[in-house]
Design a protein around this ligand. Structure first.
Ligand code: ZN
Length: 241
């Protein structure tokens, strides 16, 4: 169960248009960082807000990727499995993806180089962007994290001690992600955040690094961002940054 708090980033000139551009997130990054991994919303609820996005699952049980309305869970074996709508999430961000701009990069780029190339094309760095990148990637380093047990340790400790890293070469698939403005850094991952899923659904994970060759980048500016705030006991009791 979540309470919706809406941040209007653009005048409500047309509800229809706003709905189409609305992003939605469950809980806050600050809560996830301090170990609030209790499920706050179901995948069924998330699906009402979008068909594209990323996040994690109750207990920090792996990485979430949503693409074309299908929601996948990637545990520490690195293999995506389709999740049913009863699965719960403590933190996720989704949008109904609708491409507004396409950026064709040329040549081989590092992850930092790709981010700079996208940054240069944005009309503003002060609105959230949903970003889809697909094709064959020369190299991707991705990770997943295992399910935690109570009392939940902070996210940084789990990542440092337990993350499982996979190196993928010449892999075809889609990077699903967002670029969030700096001013939203206590709510969501600041800057670029991608989760990968292979076209054959055999691999995926949270992107750590990569190489990009002639990457085709599709972006959507998100002008309305809604927060679904958890009504869970752990969120209520947490000391949040
Ligand atoms: Zn992630």
């Amino acid at each position: 169960m979540v309470i919706a708090l809406s941040i209007r980033l653009f005048p409500a000139y047309a509800q229809q248009k706003l709905q189409r551009h609305a992003g939605y997130q469950v809980s806050t990054l600050g809560a996830l960082n301090v170990g609030v991994y209790e499920g706050a919303a179901t995948i069924g609820e998330l699906k009402e807000h979008g068909d594209f996005g990323l996040g994690t699952f109750e207990g920090l049980e792996g990485e979430m990727v949503a693409l074309n309305g299908d929601f996948f869970q990637i545990e520490t074996d690195g293999v995506p499995i389709r999740v049913n709508k009863e699965a719960r999430t403590p933190f996720a961000s989704v949008v109904s993806f609708s491409r507004e701009k396409t950026l064709r990069t040329s040549g081989l780029m590092t992850y930092a180089g790709l981010q700079e190339a996208i940054d240069r094309q944005l009309k503003t760095r002060n609105l959230p962007q949903a970003i889809r990148i697909y094709g064959v990637f020369p190299f991707l380093r991705v990770r997943s994290v295992p399910r935690q047990v109570l009392p939940y340790p902070p996210l940084a400790k789990v990542v440092k001690e337990q993350q499982k890293v996979f190196e993928l070469h010449n892999v075809r698939g889609t990077l699903v992600g967002f670029r969030m403005p700096q001013y939203m850094s206590s709510l969501n991952v600041m800057g670029y955040h991608f989760h990968f899923i292979a076209s054959d659904f055999k691999t995926g994970g949270h992107l750590l690094d990569g190489q990009f060759l002639n990457a085709v980048v599709e972006t959507q500016t998100v002008r309305d961002w809604q927060l679904g705030l958890p009504e869970t006991a752990s969120f209520a009791a947490a000391t949040l940054p």
